[in-house]
Design a protein. Sequence first.
Lengths: 88, 480
Amino acid sequence: MVSKEEIERVAKLMRIEIDDHVVHVDRVQKMIEYFDILDKAGIETQELIVQEQKIENLREDKFIPYEDKLIDKLKNYKGTYIKAPKMV
Amino acid sequence: MSLAISAIKYVNEIKNGNLTAEEFISKTFERIKKIDDNLHAYLSLNDNAIEQARQIDKRIKAKENVGVCLGMPISIKDNICVKETKTTCGSKVLENFVAPYDATVITKLKAEDAIIIGKTNLDEFAMGLTTEFSAYGPSKNPWNAEYVPGGSSGGSAVSVSAQECIASLGSDTGGSVRNPASFCSIVGFKPTYGLVSRFGLISYSNSIEQIGPMTRTVEDNAFLLNIISGLDPNDNTTIDNKNVDYLSNIDAGVEGKKIGIISEMTKGIDKDVSSATNDAVSQFEKLGAKIDEISLEMVEYSVASYYTITATEAGSNLARYDNLRYGFDFDLEGYEFNSYITKARKNFGPEVTRRMILGGFVPSAGHAGKYFLKALKVKNKLTTEINEVFKKVDLLIAPTVPILPFKLGEKVDDPVALFLVDINTVTANLTGKPSISVPFQITNGLPIGIQILGKPMEDKLVLQAAHALEKTTNLPEVPI
């Protein structure tokens, strides 16, 4: 069983503050417990299929001018940079 | 003038001069004003819609070229970008986000002179199946306002069902078009993965989600699919459909077709839903189809696989919401970088927060082998199973949802009970198959839909079968 401490640790890494344990940790724990059903699926020998996309099928890597200057629409844009909070 | 007309009838009425786009849009707005305070299908409305309709009428009168939609009012789920329009995703995090460009599906609709009448309510970031997780409050089922309309494209389904527009576009990650279509008695289609561009759809779980039409009739669905499908250089997962006309020959029927009924989706379900499914099977038999029971063993594990994969993709997709480049008003001053982002993320609602935590947990070091890799293996095995089945049958059927619509608040606190409502719809997403929900019965005043799945790129056959089933029904109009 996944412990509440493990869930809280992941939340912290994801920069999520948990103030209501019933609403967040308890329900996430319930969800993860349900996922344990995957242990019974009998898929140990199943291969993982990976879809490959050939590079020539990707769209051309070239600059396409846009009618508006999208960067101007961003929040906290200061002409040449996006202002962000200080990093300590 | 009735607002309860199909898209096809609307087009004919406009062409014959029996109706103007302005008249129709004006009446539609009157209805929205009258009923939407209660139903809450819309999050925002297009203030320029009547003027746009007037301009289209002028062009029709002047015999200029006008697109096939002829000013038809279409609503759009609020996770699809419409240029210079708020696109909130049902979230406070994006409450002030104005999309700087049109999604490809919107570009295509506008090119055919559809009028985007408004943006519809959804569970926050499409994570839910009742709209109760919308940060702006739930939508209500027009068949009985005490009941959920389904979700996450619940607002779209309500807007079509309650005659607040002619058609809508929703998005379907695990049933989000088909589930509310079933609960509100409309047609909802999740096309083959890649048939419709996702460019401009705000990502939740890109590897399985699709935009799909939500309409009053199957013909209308084919009409819209003709417009929105096809290759898009901005979405590398799109497939060339060779301009298939989904509307032509829609009367082809199902005579001689082999249809499999999925046993894992019909056992242990609500008795009224089970009875409706048996009736649908009988109807298909009367239409000349041969029905066989088939088994997909992995369906039992599909919901766990689905939620593990979608949470993982959501954890990654939603990591971009740091409120620095776009988002809500929240001053940077006085905050350290990490504490600012943590604080900003408190604007996510509880379900999104939970799924982000899940999405960090299930693929993380030490847990990926137990959860994420197993989920991918279940997805692969389910795909293998369904591909084998499709060597023997042309189509598959099952009830869209194993239970009837339920009351608002009834399941909102039980995450696993909510998960299991998705059990019949996630298979189509995990395996990339086309799947439609057709309104089939009304039992005790609540709708039941039947789901039809097909082989990839056989969307046309799915629509033909849905049309055949639809013609056997005679359902009442929504009582509102």
